[in-house]
Design a binder for this molecule. Structure first.
Ligand SMILES: [Fe+2]
Length: 266
């Protein structure tokens, strides 16, 4: 299955019709931080390929309808490394969507250009039945830059549109909005600074976001705030909390979010 670029939303919608979800039910794969080259490029690449094969085999008959990769596809982005990720991911039988991580993209114009050339837009939305998934570039919040104001405007409009369209809203980003406590101070590397964090969280609440999925922490995170779940999955590169390599199967039914860890050949 070829990956769905931000510019082929129509195709994504058409593919959605072939999925197994019924309204208000959704099962998808939450993959994150494949980060080829974190320690050992070839090993991490192979482990990711094992994960893709596992999704295709669907041993537990979960029937996920898409995979979302919440960023840091590779450790050092080059056209070749990004192409490796795409080639491996194109083996998937289901559509997949990618989120920009801090390793994939940063404030440098050439890195953004490379990302756009490899993967398409760095923020966009797609629909799956009555769910709208809003894919965001958290780098624009973590490291505010010229494009941040335009992104902020787009984000609130995307939320407003989703609510107006009666969609269940999922936001997919890379950095944790917060790591453990909604009132925690800013960490220089991991979370979003408190003022911006509350602005984002209040938008989540205002427009009825049900779930945020992300990566970056290299630890499992399962938080809840005002009824909104915040899930960060294990990955296939390295888990600082000694969790095994793997990914998550996420289930949403009637507004209730649950998930299951799927280990990948270590
Ligand atoms: Fe990251």
């Amino acid at each position: 299955m070829k990956f769905i670029t931000a510019t082929s939303a129509g195709l994504a919608a058409a593919l959605a019709l072939t999925g197994c979800s019924s309204p208000s039910q959704l099962t998808f794969v939450h993959m994150t931080d494949s980060q080829f080259g974190f320690y050992d490029y070839d090993l991490e690449y192979q482990r990711y390929k094992n994960a893709i094969a596992l999704i295709n085999s669907d041993n537990d008959k979960d029937e996920p309808v898409f995979m979302i990769m919440t960023g840091d596809m590779v450790n050092i982005p080059t056209a070749e490394h990004n192409a490796d990720f795409i080639v491996a991911s194109n083996e998937l039988k289901i559509p997949y969507y990618v989120v920009p991580g801090n390793h994939d993209i940063n404030a440098k114009a050439e890195a953004i250009e490379l990302y756009h050339n490899s993967f398409g837009k760095d923020y966009y939305t797609f629909d799956q039945d009555d769910f709208r998934i809003i894919v965001i570039n958290t780098n624009l919040w973590k490291y505010p830059q010229a494009r941040t104001a335009e992104f902020d405007q787009w984000f609130e409009q995307a939320l407003a549109n989703a609510k107006e369209d009666g969609k269940n809203i999922i936001v997919a980003g890379h950095s944790p909005i917060f790591l453990k406590d909604v009132n925690e101070p800013e960490d220089p590397y991991y979370n979003i600074e408190p003022n911006k964090r509350m602005e984002i969280l209040n938008l989540f609440k205002k427009y009825g976001v049900i779930l945020y999925v992300g990566g970056h922490s290299h630890t499992r995170i399962d938080n809840e705030w005002e009824g909104i779940r915040f899930l960060h999955a294990e990955n296939t590169s390295t888990n600082f909390d000694n969790r095994p390599y793997g990914f998550r199967m996420v289930y949403i039914k009637d507004g209730v979010v649950s998930d299951k860890f799927v280990p990948v050949n270590q």
